[in-house]
Design a binder for this molecule. Structure first.
Ligand code: ISE
Length: 336
């Protein structure tokens, strides 16, 4: 396939960004159809794109003859329905994270993909394409840091709704850290503990922000994560990997350093799209290249499902105030 015709379900922030990136920065891809519950939003996403039509029914978009592959960027709770619709017509699909908000939904996708007999689902864990995380993974694989012992992570958003349910910090934000830990250390997470202290005065009701999460991997690596979604100063994702013979820190990439008024300063991006622009673009390029040659690329449905199991366990740990064990079923052969 030399030109992959793509349908996008959901043209909110992520879906519209994907349409733009595909149209401007990904060779061999054409957005041919979009669908959204908000018709104006769908129209805005494709304005100026001669080849893209708006389809009211997302299931009709998935089945359409002029759609070879689908991006699902609709509300989290609708991912399962649309991903399974793609599987039923054997079309490759890139689904935004989380694959599903519930473990049951994730299991059903795994069962459907196993039944389809080939990997068609990719999950939008774009950090796997971020140059900094890629460097970290390479350094670990080369052995120059020795065996991994710990990973300290910071995940801060400038702001979110003051009444965001605390579990959403885990399923919406923490899920990226879970994926990075599974991917870097090539292991499953078996136990999770969640602590919270005083909440930011920006949140209301029972919302807890920030949270402090501790993940334990099957291989004994400890991962701690601060999730703070109302830090107010910008979007800030960092981590430090501690190995037996060295450490490696992933900091905000610095575009330019400013020296003035006695200060050395650089900008903090306001949001994740600014921080992870390269990662999103590379993710889409790789996905399209994979579709063109019939290969699944990036995080698999199993990765999406396993990450959901961990964040759902974390939500339980937060609720009960006790550590939660993560027990995954046997990994089907399709994902080995
Ligand atoms: C958002 O939905 C994302 O996926 C971002 O990557 C993440 O960092 C942010 O916390 C989420 O709200």
């Amino acid at each position: 396939m030399t030109n992959v015709r793509i349908g996008v379900v959901g043209t909110g922030k992520m879906g519209a960004d994907h349409v733009r990136t595909l149209s401007t920065s990904v060779a061999g891809a054409t957005v041919t159809a979009v669908s959204d519950i908000d018709a104006d939003r769908a129209a805005a996403a494709v304005s100026g794109l001669a080849d893209a039509r708006i389809v009211d029914d997302p299931l009709a978009l998935i089945a359409a003859d002029d759609v070879d592959a689908v991006i699902v960027a609709s509300a989290d709770a609708t991912h399962e329905k649309f991903v399974n619709a793609c599987l039923s017509v054997q079309k490759p699909v890139l689904c935004e994270k989380p694959l599903t908000p519930t473990t049951e939904g994730g299991s059903r996708i795994i069962a459907a993909e196993v039944k389809a007999g080939r990997r068609l689902v990719s999950v939008g864990f774009m950090r796997r394409y971020d140059p900094g995380y890629v460097q970290l993974a390479r350094a670990l694989a080369s052995g120059e840091l020795g065996s991994a012992l710990m990973l300290h992570c910071v995940h801060r958003n400038a702001r979110s709704r003051p009444d965001t349910p605390s579990a959403h910090l885990l399923t919406g934000s923490g899920v990226h850290e879970v994926d990075i830990a599974r991917w870097l250390f090539d292991t499953e997470i078996v136990r999770v503990t969640v602590h919270h202290g005083r909440a930011s005065s920006r949140v209301v009701g029972s919302t807890q922000d920030p949270l402090f999460v501790v993940l334990e991997t099957e291989t004994g690596v400890l991962v701690d994560v601060e999730i703070f979604v109302n830090c107010q100063y910008g979007y800030d994702v960092r981590c430090e990997l501690v190995g037996e013979t060295g450490t490696m820190a992933l900091d905000q990439p610095v575009g330019a350093l400013r020296r003035s008024g006695g200060l050395l300063a650089s900008d903090v991006p306001p949001s994740w799209d600014g921080r992870f622009t390269d990662a999103y673009r590379e993710e889409l390029r790789d996905w399209v290249a994979g579709v063109a040659c019939g290969e699944q690329r990036g995080a698999t449905a199993w990765d999406g499902y396993a990450a959901t199991e961990v964040v759902v366990a974390a939500a339980h740990a937060l609720e009960t105030g006790t550590p939660a064990t993560v027990e995954l079923p046997a990994r089907p052969g399709l994902y080995k």
